[in-house]
Design a protein around this ligand. Structure first.
Ligand SMILES: Cc1cc2nc3c(=O)[nH]c(=O)nc-3n(C[C@H](O)[C@H](O)[C@H](O)COP(=O)(O)O)c2cc1C
Length: 316
């Protein structure tokens, strides 16, 4: 069956498949990735967030399952930029797919430090910036909640690299369109939509939150309709390519995101359950596309809204 069915692109980055890993959900090891996935299955390997200095992350427990979802508060644990550049990045230089670095920081300067280093690293084809990081200078609210903060960090990162720059937005906002526009105006090449939804699970016997830190980020099938709605809203708001992220565990899910406007789709939590999940989804995707007689590229953004109008609809 023709592998051309799956080809897509995020701006200038050509992809053999629209399926990407989600940051923080697939590990850093390219050899492990190759044990579970073929080069034709994975469009790009998106790596976990790297911050300038090592972070120990949040106190345990850090993960709790919910109906159709996973609540996590890993707290961006990572071994820092120097370790990444010395130990991780070189292993990816011969990878059979493009590799995307994910940069984090607690100030604009920290983002720029990571993005500039990623920009000089030949293993990385693109850079995703995780705007859900707390903005310590701005009062610890995440960058992703303020259009001004998004604009400032994206503009500074844009000036620090020529590589494709993807701004990963948060769903924890009243309206995502102003954030999407701020990222576009500041020079982002693509949007990743979206990160986890803020949530809480209570251990009522102990009268304590189930997670050591308190709240966490909800992922998995429970968030898919929300992520899909946000992709569609971003599609209406900006002309940038969109990388979807949120609750994908089947080819049917991927097709929904493509039709709503995503050029590529990240598979996150599902990979914990099935490390070969992206291969399985890719196989089903080829079959469904062949049955339907169309290619990924033809589906992107093909959603027809009822009445021909723009986004909208009731809540009850
Ligand atoms: C355990 C875990 C760790 C994550 N770590 C990161 C991270 O380091 N950086 C980031 O941008 N997103 C991180 N995410 C968010 C995922 O990349 C993804 O955007 C989110 O989980 C929604 O997709 P999913 O429902 O397919 O998991 C993490 C998610 C989980 C579940």
């Amino acid at each position: 069956m023709s592998s051309g069915l799956l080809t897509s692109a995020v701006g200038s980055l050509e992809l053999r498949s629209p399926l990407l890993t989600g940051s923080g959900t697939f590990g850093h090891d390219p050899a492990a990735a190759l044990r579970f996935l073929g080069p034709e299955d994975l469009g790009a390997h998106v790596l976990k967030t790297v911050t300038p200095r090592p972070r120990t992350g949040n106190p345990p427990p850090r993960l709790v399952e919910t109906p159709a979802g996973l609540l996590n508060s890993i707290g961006l644990e990572n071994r820092g930029l120097a370790w990444f550049l010395e130990e991780v990045a070189p292993q990816h230089r011969e990878a059979p797919w493009p590799v995307v670095g994910n940069a984090g920081g607690e100030s604009v300067e920290e983002f720029v430090e990571v993005v500039a280093a990623f920009g000089a690293e030949p293993a990385l084809a693109a850079i995703e910036i995780n705007l859900s990081c707390p903005n310590v200078q701005g009062g610890a609210l995440p960058f992703s909640t303020s259009p001004e903060a998004v604009g400032e960090v994206v503009a500074a990162c844009r000036a620090a690299t020529d590589k494709p720059l993807w701004a990963k937005l948060s769903p924890n906002v009243t309206r995502i369109a102003p954030l999407a526009r701020a990222a576009e105006e500041a020079g982002a090449d693509a949007l990743t939509v979206c990160n986890t939804l803020l949530g809480l699970v209570v251990d009522w016997r102990r009268r304590r939150p189930a997670l050591g830190q308190g709240m966490g980020g909800l992922s998995g099938p429970a968030i898919r309709p929300v992520a899909l709605r946000l992709v569609w809203e971003c599609r209406q708001a900006v002309g940038l390519p969109i990388v979807a992220s949120g609750g994908v565990s089947s080819a049917e899910d991927v097709l929904q995101f493509l039709v709503a406007g995503a050029s590529a789709v990240q598979v996150g939590s599902y990979c914990f359950r099935r490390p070969d999940g992206i291969r399985r989804i890719a196989g089903d995707l080829r079959r469904l596309l062949a049955e339907e007689g169309c290619r990924v590229r033809e589906l992107v953004g093909s959603l027809r809204w009822p009445g021909g109008g723009a986004a909208g609809g009731g809540e009850g």
